[in-house]
Design a protein around this ligand. Structure first.
Ligand SMILES: [Zn+2]
Ligand SMILES: [Zn+2]
Length: 364
């Protein structure tokens, strides 16, 4: 683990971004001077006032120390055999909600709509669609009560099987999201999520992003002696869901975009502080910024082909959006309460996106 977490020289970052390949250098030269100015801000990482930051290591259990592998530069990404690029017939990201998010159905609808809108800005140029939400029982999945924490958990493999059947023909990928905790096999305590990159699908839980999850008072704990039968999904009726807070929304947006980023074949980032950094624990994922470093940004831009400034504007618009304009779509009831998008936790990210746009807009 020689130089893990230590800064790369600007020259090394330049090669990681632009590459030594003649062809890829030529492709890079097609960026506008404003776009290059933004991307090359990365070479200043760590200097006072820099837009991009170096990765910092806070503890021995941090992801970067546990994964001493070659960092993936742009060229390595480009040459990857299983890299996936959206094409005309498969360019939609589908989100499948499993179980409820919030105490009333309208709240689930609204929360998922915010996530959808965010992903649509983040993967700018692709369309992001919601599949009709399903109850846990509809997935026919196996489930259990965790024998240490006594909360309900769903088997990820069964959810992936379910998603495979639900995946529309025009899907670039399908992502299942749930507020119920997950496990990948009996011998495991839990898992945040599981994905199959070759099949373009993944399932992720936000259950552990609840601030109370690890507290003894956590309301998702069942009575210790409860052993529900496998066919009896009634235990999920009215089961605890975390309160919808700004922090939960921030964490959900980060997880969704990180995981969908993997669907493009983008590996964990080891270059700079970046939403694609791996994380071993909640502290570490909270430290990740909301957006890409320049090297990962080039990977996504290459896959989708968006205008970089337009993408930042769309993200800013989502963070800025007039709260009263958001409405619950597809809701049959007129008595549904209105939910305000809690964006306070996005404040620092919003200022950061503004700076990106300023850097791109300034006259030079
Ligand atoms: Zn990851
Ligand atoms: Zn990165």
């Amino acid at each position: 683990m020689c130089d893990k977490g230590l800064p790369y020289t600007p020259e090394k970052l330049q090669t990681a971004l632009v590459s030594n390949s003649e062809y890829l250098t030529k492709v890079y030269s097609k960026y506008t001077k404003e776009e290059k100015r933004l991307l090359e801000e990365g070479f200043r990482a760590g200097q006072p006032g820099s837009l991009f930051q170096l990765i910092t290591v806070h503890s021995d259990s941090d992801w970067i120390l546990a994964h001493p592998e070659e960092p993936e530069d742009f060229e390595a990404f480009y040459r990857k055999p299983y890299r996936k690029t959206p094409n005309e017939s498969q360019s939609t990201i589908y989100i499948q909600t499993i179980g409820s998010f919030g105490e009333v159905a309208a709240q689930t609808d609204q929360y998922v709509e915010w996530l959808r809108d965010y992903c649509q800005a983040f993967f700018y140029g692709l369309s992001v669609k919601l599949l009709p939400a399903v109850a846990v029982s509809e997935t026919k999945c196996s489930f259990r009560v965790n024998s240490n924490s006594y909360n309900l958990q769903i088997l990820t493999g069964d959810l992936l099987q379910f998603l495979k059947k639900r995946k529309p023909k025009d899907a670039f990928c399908i992502v299942g999201i749930t507020m119920i905790d997950l496990y990948p096999k009996d011998s495991w305590n839990f898992v945040f999520g599981q994905a199959s990159l070759t099949e373009g699908m993944g399932v992720f839980s936000f259950a552990r992003y609840d601030d109370n999850f690890y507290k003894r008072s956590y309301a998702g704990r069942l009575k210790k002696h409860l052993q529900p039968r496998q066919e009896d999904y009634s235990v999920f009726d009215g089961y605890y869901t975390p309160p919808i807070t700004s922090t939960l929304l921030l964490r959900s947006c980060k997880t969704m975009t990180h995981e969908i980023g993997h669907m493009f074949g983008i590996s964990h980032c080891q270059w700079l502080s970046c939403v694609m950094q791996g994380s071993n624990h909640l502290d570490e994922s909270d430290r990740r910024p909301l957006d890409f470093c320049p090297i990962c940004l080039r990977k996504l831009q290459f896959a989708i082909g968006f205008n970089i400034a337009e993408r930042y504007k769309a993200l800013l618009h989502w963070m800025d959006e007039d709260q009263t304009q958001t409405s619950v779509k597809a809701s049959a009831s007129h008595t549904d309460p209105h939910f305000t998008k809690p964006t306070e936790a996005f404040h620092a990210s919003k200022l950061w996106v503004c700076r990106c746009l300023e850097i791109m807009e300034k006259d030079q």
